[in-house]
Design a protein around this ligand. Structure first.
Ligand SMILES: Nc1nc2c(ncn2[C@@H]2O[C@H](COP(=O)(O)OP(=O)(O)OP(=O)(O)O)[C@@H](O)[C@H]2O)c(=O)[nH]1
Ligand SMILES: [Mg+2]
Length: 471
C-alpha cells in the first residue's frame, strides 16, 4: 500500500507540554475532519450558526478545537491542529499535525482513533522516506535528517545542517554534469567513428577528468578521512601499565569522579566509557584495565577487553609514569599498540623537575608526546589541542566548507575515482570509445548512488531503518 495515509506519534513518548500526532497522505484531511471539532462556529448565508467545513481551513495555519471519539461520545483532548496542503509539506503530501498535551495515554488514544479512521501506522523514517521518494529531498539530505537528530556537538550539527541544505547533493550533481558532457562526447564519437577526432578531444577530456573530477573526488575522500570524526565521533582509549594514572586522566577530562582511583595497581578492572566534547569533536573515551601479566581472572578479562577495544579505536593515549623508570611492561604495551595512532602521555610530571628528561626508547621519539599531571590537572588544554589536531587537523578550524561525506558516500566516491582513473588510462591507450563510455557511465552510476538516483532498494531501506518512528 504505497499510497496509504500514514500516521505516527512524532514526539518522544513521555510526559511533557506538547505531543504531536502526524498524519500524511491523501486521506489525511478526511481522517482529521472525522475526529476534530473546531472551536467556534461560522454563520452561514441563511444566518444559521454551523461548524466550519474542514475544506475551508487555510493551509499552514493552526486551529483550536477538540479531538472527539464520536463512537464513544468522548472528548480526548483540547488541541491545536495544523493543516498543510500538498505539495508544500515535509512529505509533499497533505499533512495534518495534531498538537496535543503530551502524555503516553492521550497520544496513544488519539493515534488509535486516527488508525481506526483508516490511517496506517507509519514505519520508522517513513515520513522522510516519502519526502525522498516524492523527490523533495535526495538521499544525502535524508541522511542529514538522522545526523541532525543524532548530533552530539555543535560542529556535528553544523555539518549535518549543511547537508540538509543539499550541499553534498549540489557538489555531486556538478561532478555528474561534467561526466555527462564527457559521456555525450564519447557517444557522439562512437556514432561518428570516422570523424571521431572532430568530436572527441582526448587531451581536453583527460584534463577535465584529472583536473576537475579526480581532484574533486580525492578532495571529498580526504575530507572523510580527516574530518569524519566530527560527525561520527572519535573513539579514544587510555592505555598503560597499572597505576600510571589512566583513571585519574579520564576523571580529569570528563570532570567527574567516574572511575575509581587508588594507589593500588590493578584498580580498574572493567572498561569504562564516557563521552566528551573536545573542540567540537564528540569523543568517546575509555579508561581501561592496566595491561600487564597477571593471574587474577577478573583482571585477565579486563585486559582482554582492553585489547579488543584497542583494535577498533581511532586514537590511543599511551600513558607512562614520569616518576618511575620505564619497564618491560611499558615496552610490551607499545608493541601491541604501535600500529595505531598514538599520543605518548607522560603523567605525574608534578613529581619530577621541569627540566627532567624521561629515558624512552629511540623509536618512541617520533610519537607526538605531552607531559601532564592528571592529579593536578596540568597540561589538559594542551592535551585537548593535540587530540583535536591529530584527529581533524586543519578541518577543525576551517568551518567554511562543511561538506563532509559519510562512510557510505566515501565508498561510492572511491569507486567513482577508480573508474575515472581507469577512463583516463583508456583514453591514453586510445582504446575504443565503447570502453571509455562504459567507465564514464559506471562513474555516473556510483555518484548516483550517493544522491539516490541509482541506489538499490536495500541501501535505501537500510538508511531509513536508522530513523525513529514519527520522523
Ligand atoms: N603525583 C601524582 N600522582 C598521580 C597522578 N595521576 C595519578 N596519580 C596517582 O597514582 C595512583 C594511581 O592512579 P590511577 O588513576 O588509579 O591509575 P590507573 O592507571 O588507573 O591504575 P589502574 O587502574 O590500577 O591500572 C593514584 O594514587 C593517583 O592519585 C599525577 O599526575 N601525579
Ligand atoms: Mg584505573
Amino acid at each position: 500500500m504505497e499510497n496509504a495515509t500514514i500516521a505516527a506519534i512524532a514526539t518522544p513518548i513521555g510526559r511533557g507540554g506538547i505531543g504531536i500526532v502526524k498524519i500524511s497522505g491523501k486521506d489525511a484531511f478526511s481522517i482529521a475532519e472525522s475526529i476534530f471539532k473546531k472551536s467556534g462556529a461560522v454563520t452561514s448565508d441563511s444566518g444559521k450558526k454551523r461548524e466550519p467545513s474542514f475544506a475551508s481551513l487555510k493551509s499552514h495555519r493552526l486551529y483550536h478545537g477538540y479531538i472527539v471519539d464520536e463512537g464513544k461520545g468522548t472528548v480526548l483532548d483540547e488541541v491545536l491542529l495544523s493543516v498543510m496542503v500538498a505539495p508544500r509539506t515535509y512529505t509533499t503530501e497533505d499533512i495534518v499535525e495534531i498538537n496535543t498535551h503530551s502524555g503516553p495515554v492521550v497520544l496513544s488514544a488519539i493515534l488509535d482513533l486516527v488508525l481506526k479512521k483508516g490511517g496506517k501506522l507509519a514505519e520508522p523514517g517513513e515520513f522522510t522516506k516519502r519526502a525522498y521518494l516524492n523527490g523533495r529531498i535526495d538521499l544525502t539530505q535524508a541522511e542529514a535528517v538522522i545526523d541532525i537528530i543524532n548530533s552530539k556537538t555543535e560542529k556535528s550539527l553544523e555539518i549535518a545542517a549543511s547537508h540538509i541544505k543539499g550541499g553534498l547533493k549540489k557538489k555531486i550533481e556538478t561532478i555528474r554534469g561534467v561526466l555527462l558532457d564527457i559521456l555525450v562526447e564519447t557517444e557522439t564519437a562512437i556514432d561518428f567513428c570516422d570523424d571521431a577526432g572532430d568530436v572527441f578531444n582526448s587531451e581536453k577530456t583527460i584534463e577535465m577528468l584529472e583536473r576537475v573530477i579526480i581532484d574533486d573526488l580525492k578532495g571529498l575522500i580526504e575530507k572523510y578521512e580527516n574530518a569524519h570524526v566530527l560527525r561520527d565521533g572519535l573513539k579514544m582509549v587510555v592505555v598503560g601499565r597499572p597505576n600510571v594514572g589512566k583513571s585519574s586522566l579520564m576523571n580529569r577530562l570528563i570532570q567527574e569522579d567516574r572511575a575509581i582511583v587508588t594507589p593500588i595497581p590493578g584498580t580498574t578492572r572493567d572498561l569504562i566509557e564516557e563521552t566528551l566534547n573536545i573542540h567540537g569533536i564528540p569523543v568517546i573515551i575509555a579508561d581501561t584495565a592496566g595491561l600487564h601479566e597477571t593471574d587474577d581472572p577478573v583482571e585477565v578479562i579486563g585486559i582482554e577487553k582492553t585489547q579488543e577495544y584497542i583494535s577498533d579505536s581511532d586514537l590511543i593515549l599511551f600513558m607512562v609514569d614520569a616518576s618511575d623508570p620505564l619497564t618491560v611492561e611499558d615496552e610490551n604495551i607499545y608493541k601491541i599498540i604501535s600500529n595505531k595512532r598514538l599520543i605518548l602521555v607522560i603523567n605525574k610530571w608534578d613529581l619530577v623537575k621541569d627540566d627532567f628528561k624521561l629515558d624512552i626508547p629511540e623509536s618512541w621519539n617520533t610519537l607526538p608526546q605531552i607531559k601532564i599531571s592528571a592529579l593536578y590537572g596540568r597540561g589538559m588544554s594542551e592535551l585537548k589541542d593535540l587530540i583535536a589536531n591529530l584527529s581533524i587537523g586543519e578541518y577543525g578550524i576551517e568551518v567554511q566548507n562543511k561538506i563532509i561525506p559519510n562512510l557510505r558516500h566515501k565508498t561510492a566516491l572511491e569507486r567513482t575515482l577508480q573508474v575515472c582513473v581507469s577512463a583516463v588510462e583508456e583514453i591514453r591507450k586510445e582504446t575504443s570509445f565503447e570502453f571509455i563510455a562504459i567507465d564514464i557511465k559506471e562513474a555516473m552510476d556510483s555518484l548516483g548512488e550517493i544522491i539516490g538516483d541509482t541506489a538499490k532498494d536495500d541501501v535505501i531501506d537500510q538508511i531509513f531503518s536508522r530513523f525513529c518512528i514519527g520522523k
